[in-house]
Design a protein around this ligand. Structure first.
Ligand code: CUA
Length: 148
């Protein structure tokens, strides 16, 4: 068998495999109804980001980070509040560090990361992105306002 014949056969088999994979993909999507998972930011409350009061002094902060901000911003809560943070991102990986607290998370695409913090001191807490995320990274700052 000549080298040219071998090459043609290998190419034909490769194309056959590619066509079979494409066919199976189409079959899975159209006949079996299998699809890839949606992005978490297409699901409430991560479509916009939201601060939810669950009880007196208890909050859930569903924070969405994106180039180059955190939503919602600012987060306004009364002194003494206990806040559960749920964090995700619409684009690339960001950092989420709340100055003056132990909260230091990564915002990872299609994942939700969690931390909890109590805010006993009134004032403004800066939230900074500590992961290089693009041209505006150095300006990616949010605020948590703790009222007396
Ligand atoms: Cu977001 Cu750096």
């Amino acid at each position: 068998m000549s080298a040219e014949t071998v090459e043609r056969r290998v190419t034909a088999v490769s194309l056959l495999f590619a066509a079979a994979m494409l066919g199976l993909l189409g079959f899975a999507a159209l006949r079996l109804g299998i699809s890839v998972p949606n992005h978490v930011t297409t699901v409430k409350p991560f479509t916009e980001g939201q601060l939810i009061q669950t009880a007196p002094g208890r909050y859930e902060a569903h924070v969405v980070s994106k180039m180059f901000s955190f939503k919602p911003d600012p987060l306004k809560i009364p002194k003494g509040s206990l806040v559960d943070f749920y964090l995700t991102t619409t684009d690339v990986v960001h950092g989420f560090y709340i100055e003056g607290t132990d909260v230091n998370l990564m915002a990872v695409p299609n994942a939700v990361n969690y931390a909890q913090a109590r805010f006993d001191r009134p004032g403004k807490y800066r939230v900074v992105c500590h992961e290089f995320c693009g041209g505006g990274h150095q300006d990616m700052v949010g605020t948590i306002e703790v009222t007396p």
